[in-house]
Every structure is written in structure tokens, then in C-alpha cells.
Design a protein around this ligand. Structure first.
Ligand code: HAM
Length: 427
């Protein structure tokens, strides 16, 4: 027998029994984004490698170690997108969507990073992200965070913590960087290997180290907040005041520096302690310099992305309470006459009850085996049509998910019967 070929490590199939939860999440995300006027943009999964080097930053983990990069047949260096912001900016510039305009855009889809796979961390994962252009905030910063909060309540997720910070402007960060490097150099012995490497290339990321042995050193480090200019400080204060006014509780985490280089000023993350080490379910911030850096006119920008797998894992715990939909009815057909009439009946029901999910039994077989399949399909009702029912213009209806007697309905009654069941189901 030939050897099975398996999926690539860290890349997963979405099995049919998992997809209802994804649909639940995606449908609600879309509704919330619509509610704030965001419009969907779809960009290619492959981009020129240069795009990510110039946006995410040459000395970030993503660009140094995690990208799926390869030469195209004609020698171009291409990369599977590790995130969605760079492609969104590239497309925005290319189609003239950003200059002198306000744009609220969202996207979803697979992203690729060659990280060490573990629970909540995959090599192909999915994001739903949103980006707002042309607004320098902090009103839009507040709105975008409120949007994420609304999404948590739309999917019934609670217990997430909002962390916010400001990274100042790139000039302010450069000045702070010198102070920080000086401090860290004074404590060389306490630095772990990773931090020693980062001391020259990306010292701010040292603040984000998860190594407990580095905690004391990091706590004692000078704070970027103290090195902000007046405008950045005011931006951050107004952001916090806006979050307070909206009744949103948050933690100011001065160690929140993010793993991508394009951020400036506002950054934020929504975190949970229910997912182990990979607890960030949504992250983002302001990136005012990126559009210009990629060849566009200076354009303020802010956005975020959520990790769909991590959110699904949180919702999985409450799967039974969620109204995830599924098949409304499975049509059991006994005998040739019923098979012919059944096809027509099913088409009529689909015409008259928009949104109905109806499976017609195909392939014949005994009543018992058809009924078993009806049950296995997860349908709420079995509809039973035999020669006798065809002759009398009726259908047997049996609820499959609760105890109840089989009833008989006239064909004309069926659309009314299902209309309410379908309405209950559609999110
Ligand atoms: P990020 O923090 O790299 O930001 O990713 C955002 C979210 O994607 C993370 O918080 C996490 O939930 C999820 N995620 C990241 N890597 C993985 C992985 N290997 N496996 C599973 N989930 C993962 C960005 O990507 C920015 N583009 C966000 C943004 C948009 N900033 C401004 N606009």
C-alpha cells in the first residue's frame, strides 16, 4: 500500500465538524466590522519578499527566522504573507486608496510563519484584521479598541484583558534606545543569549522577553514613557481618557513593545490566561510611518489583527451553549414515486424558505438505514415521504433532537413550519 502523505507540520485542515464555529466567529466579525463602516479587501497570499523586509523590519524574528521565502521560477524572491498589514498598505498605495482619504478596511485569511508549533501557535494560522487610514487619532484609536470590545461581546467571550502602551514616535524611540542600551550594557552579565544578540539590533524587544531570569533587569529599566515628547504624551493621555469614558478597563503595560517594527505611539493587545503561553488573541497599534516607508504619501494609520485559531479554542469550551446552526431537515424517501416527488418537494422548500438547510436522501436503502443517516446528519427534523404520503399530499415530520411524537403535515404547511425554525438558526 502506498504511504500516506500528511499535512505539513503546524498546518491544519479545518474539518467539517469544526467549521460551524469558524462560521459563527466570521459572521459576527463581519457584522461588527460592517457596523463601523469597514469594507473588506482581499490581497494575494504571496507578495514580493522586499515588502515584508521593508515593513515588518529586517531585524525582527518574523523576517530573520520565520518567513516562508522562495525563488519564483523567474528568480523573484517571494514570501507567503506572515501578516496582513503590509499587503493592505501595498494594495492601498497601488490603487490610490490612501492619499488624502479616510479608509476603513478589513481582511481575513491565512498567514504563514515558520515558528515552533505548539498549542495556539501554528505555521499556517488565520487572522481577521482591520486597518484605518488617514486619521491621526486618538479618536480612531479609541474607536478601533471599542470595535474589538464589541466583537468580544458579539461572540460571548469574556475575561479578556486589554493592555495598552505607547511607543512614541521613531525619533523619541531612537533617543530612548540610547538610554536603554546604556542601561543594559551596565548589566551585561544579566542578559541572556537572545538579549545579547538583540542589544545591538533591536534592544526594545528585550523588554518583551519572557525569560523569568530577566524580569528584575527589565523591571529596573528606564521607561520609554519618561522619554516621550509633549505630543505623544498627550496622544496617550487622550487615548486613556477616551477608554475611561467608554467604561473600558485596561492595564498600561510599559513592556508591551510588539514584534513588528512599524508601530509608533498607540499599541494594544487583548490577552487571556486561558490559553497557556500563547495568550494574545488580538493585537495591533498605530503605524503612521509605514505608508510613506513603502512609497506612499505620509498617511496616519492604525489597525489590529485577531488570531482566529486562538479565539476558536476559547469558544470551543462553550460550544454546546452556542447556536451554531446545521442541517434543518433530512428528507427520507421510500419508493420510486416518493424519490421523484421528493426532489421536487425539496426544491420547492428551498424556494419558499430562504436559508433552509435541507439534505435529500440519495441512493435508496431501507427505512432504518435512511433514518440512521438522518440522525447522523445532525438534522433537527426528519421528513418522511413514502408512496402513501405522496398519494395523500402529506409528509411525516419527526423531531430528532428531542422527545416527541411523529406528526403529519400537509405539503402547504411545511414552509410555515420551517420558516420559524430557520429564523431561529440564522445568526
Ligand atoms: P501580530 O501580533 O503578529 O500582529 O499577530 C496578531 C495576532 O495573530 C496575534 O495576537 C495572534 O492572536 C495571532 N497569531 C500570530 N502568530 C500566530 C501563530 N503563529 N499561530 C496562531 N496565531 C498567531 C500582526 O500580525 C499585525 N499585522 C497586527 C496589526 C494590524 N497591526 C496593525 N494592524
Amino acid at each position: 500500500m502506498a504511504k500516506n502523505i500528511q499535512a505539513i507540520r503546524g498546518m491544519h485542515d479545518l474539518r467539517p465538524e469544526q467549521s460551524p464555529l469558524w462560521h459563527y466567529l466570521e459572521a459576527r466579525a463581519r457584522a461588527v466590522l460592517d457596523g463601523y463602516g469597514y469594507r473588506e479587501i482581499r490581497t494575494p497570499i504571496l507578495e514580493m519578499t522586499e515588502l515584508f523586509k521593508r515593513s515588518i523590519g529586517e531585524v525582527t524574528d518574523i523576517v530573520e527566522k520565520e518567513m516562508y521565502t522562495f525563488a519564483d521560477r523567474n528568480g523573484d524572491s517571494l514570501t507567503l504573507r506572515p501578516e496582513g498589514t503590509a499587503g493592505c498598505v501595498r494594495a492601498g498605495i497601488e490603487h490610490g486608496l490612501l492619499h488624502n482619504q479616510v479608509q476603513r478596511l478589513w481582511y481575513r485569511g491565512p498567514m504563514f510563519r515558520h515558528e515552533r508549533p505548539q498549542k495556539g501557535r501554528y505555521r499556517q494560522f488565520h487572522q481577521i484584521g482591520a486597518e484605518a487610514y488617514g486619521l491621526d487619532g486618538p479618536d480612531i484609536d479609541i474607536e478601533i479598541i471599542l470595535l474589538t470590545r464589541r466583537f468580544w461581546s458579539a461572540i460571548g467571550l469574556d475575561g479578556l484583558e486589554l493592555q495598552v502602551n505607547t511607543l512614541g514616535t521613531s525619533e523619541e524611540r531612537a533617543a530612548y534606545r540610547e538610554v536603554l542600551v546604556e542601561y543594559l550594557r551596565g548589566h551585561q552579565q544579566q542578559l541572556d543569549e537572545d538579549s545579547r544578540r538583540r542589544l545591538e539590533s533591536n534592544p526594545l524587544r528585550i523588554l518583551d522577553s519572557k525569560n523569568p531570569e530577566m524580569r528584575e533587569l527589565i523591571t529596573g529599566a528606564p521607561s520609554l514613557m519618561q522619554h516621550l515628547g509633549e505630543a505623544s504624551r498627550e496622544h496617550f493621555e487622550r487615548l486613556c481618557a477616551g477608554l475611561d469614558a467608554a467604561g473600558l478597563s485596561y492595564v498600561v503595560n510599559e513592556r508591551l513593545v510588539r514584534g513588528l517594527d512599524y508601530y509608533a505611539r498607540t499599541v494594544f493587545e487583548w490577552v487571556t490566561d486561558r490559553l497557556g503561553a500563547q495568550g494574545t488573541v488580538c493585537a495591533g497599534g498605530r503605524y503612521d510611518g509605514l505608508v510613506e516607508q513603502l512609497g506612499g504619501r505620509p498617511t496616519p494609520a492604525i489597525g489590529f489583527a485577531m488570531g482566529v485559531e486562538r479565539l476558536v479554542a476559547l469558544l470551543e469550551e462553550r460550544r454546546d451553549e452556542l447556536e451554531l446552526g446545521g442541517v434543518d431537515a433530512y428528507l427520507v424517501l421510500m419508493g420510486e414515486q416518493a424519490e421523484a416527488a421528493g426532489m421536487q418537494l425539496a426544491e420547492r422548500l428551498r424556494d419558499e424558505v430562504p436559508g433552509i438547510s435541507l439534505v435529500t436522501h440519495c441512493g435508496g436503502g431501507s427505512f432504518k438505514s435512511q433514518f440512521k443517516k438522518a440522525d447522523r446528519s445532525g438534522a433537527r427534523y426528519a421528513l418522511i415521504l413514502g408512496e402513501e404520503e405522496v398519494r395523500r399530499g402529506v409528509v411525516g415530520v419527526k423531531a430528532l433532537r428531542e422527545e416527541s411524537e411523529q406528526q403529519e403535515l400537509a405539503l402547504e404547511q411545511l414552509p410555515g413550519f420551517f420558516a420559524s425554525a430557520v429564523l431561529e438558526r440564522i445568526p
